[in-house]
Design a protein around this ligand. Structure first.
Ligand code: ADP
Ligand code: ADP
Length: 239
């Protein structure tokens, strides 16, 4: 079934930057979709509209049966627990340990009394430990984020996104700052998360070869418009 559907989504920044023009596509539950395109194509804008970090200028974004564009604050919070974000620069809190970053990432948690003081219940702590171990970070659990390698930081980012139990991960250039070896580890984890847990992945990439290797489907974006939408095989045939 369809999890995400974009209908005529456009985004304009200020007066003259049209970052997205009439974008239409839908993503099925469990699909692994890569969005490829050159720098400035609108990939990051697209992801940020989907989880409402920014507002689309027009169009409709349906996620899990709801129009994302019209949600109020309380429903927005709920939406963001269903959509995990992964960033190019990880967005970890440097002075906190790996596990604190995972627990700290829980939306809404920081606003509670316990959260402010970094007190977590045992069940949450165990879930965080399981996630970190599953991502191969068993030795890094109590290391500070700023002492981890890039690939390790990104795995903490993945654990932080997963602890909320999301239906979908939005990954904005998750491997753009990593060497080939770490990139492979991250992509393998994302692929595994989608194929074995069934979490839908929407991944911005600028490396076509990586998109071809990992995706069920590839969406090509240029100058704010979708210029390709098909399987890796279809993309190879076209080029
Ligand atoms: P990509 O992720 O594919 O590199 P972006 O979505 O970051 O593309 O950018 C698409 C276009 O929108 C670019 O022309 C960029 O300069 C512009 N843009 C992105 N963010 C902003 C912003 N906050 N304000 C104004 N223009 C922006
Ligand atoms: P602090 O408690 O130190 O002020 P912040 O809330 O400023 O921490 O978070 C630091 C960084 O981590 C920011 O870049 C923020 O965007 C990012 N961050 C915090 N929580 C999340 C989350 N749930 N998902 C993604 N990034 C997050």
């Amino acid at each position: 079934s369809v999890l995400l559907e974009l209908k005529n989504v456009s985004k304009q920044y200020g007066k003259d930057t049209k970052a997205l023009s009439d974008v239409n596509f839908s993503v099925k539950e469990g699909e692994f979709v890569s969005i490829i395109g050159p720098s400035g194509a609108g990939k990051s804008t697209l992801l940020r509209c989907i989880n409402r970090m920014i507002d689309a200028s027009s169009g409709e974004i349906m996620f899990d049966g709801e129009n994302v564009c019209t949600l109020g604050n309380r429903d927005l919070r709920k939406l963001r627990t269903k959509i995990g974000m992964i960033f190019q620069h990880y967005n970890l809190v440097k002075r906190l340990s790996a596990i604190e970053n995972v627990l700290h990432g829980r939306l809404g948690y920081k606003s509670t009394f316990a959260g402010v003081f970094g007190i977590y219940n045992q069940q949450e702590k165990e879930k965080a430990l399981d996630l970190l171990e599953g991502l191969g970070l068993g030795e890094q659990i109590y290391k500070r984020a700023d002492q981890l390698s890039g690939g390790q930081k990104q795995r903490v980012g993945i654990a932080r996104a997963l602890i909320q139990g999301p239906k979908m991960l939005l990954c904005d250039e998750p491997i753009a700052s990593l060497d080939p070896n770490s990139s492979k580890i991250i992509m393998d984890h994302l692929k595994n998360i989608s194929s074995s847990i069934g979490i839908t992945c929407l991944v911005n990439l600028h490396q076509v070869d990586v998109a071809l290797r990992y995706s069920d489907r590839i969406i090509g974006v240029n100058k704010g418009s979708v210029i390709f939408d098909g399987s890796p095989e279809e993309l190879t045939d076209e080029t």
